[in-house]
Write a protein that binds this ligand. Structure first.
Ligand SMILES: [Zn+2]
Ligand SMILES: [Zn+2]
Length: 107
């Protein structure tokens, strides 16, 4: 997986399958800061299956954390989107300028 021509601001860990582990799917905190309890049935931590099937219940702290983190992620994603869009517009602008400078010569 080398020689990929990634747009600016992207790195390999953004590609599907290469993400670092986390965040926790229950509280959306990164795994170092996740305080979700361990499942008494399977021993997993922060696994949605435990909350659907193994009878764990999300605490207020987990729900609040999820809300806050979700908002942060959304803001981050929007900022990234704007950045990519700006880069794209800038590339178009530069290309247009370039096209004009090599356009047909007028007498
Ligand atoms: Zn968690
Ligand atoms: Zn479980």
């Amino acid at each position: 997986m080398t020689g990929w021509n990634l747009p600016p601001g992207c790195n390999v860990s953004d590609l599907p399958g290469n993400e670092p582990e986390g965040p926790c799917e229950i509280c959306l905190m990164d795994l170092d800061h996740c305080a979700c309890p361990q499942c008494t049935t399977c021993g997993a931590v922060g696994d949605p299956i435990c909350y659907e099937i193994h009878g764990l219940e999300r605490s207020d702290a987990q729900l609040i954390s999820f809300e806050i983190q979700q908002r942060l992620y959304k803001a981050e994603a929007e900022a990234e989107y704007r950045y990519v869009e700006e880069c794209y517009n800038e590339q178009i602008r530069q290309r247009n300028e370039h096209d004009e400078s090599i356009g047909p010569q007028k007498d």
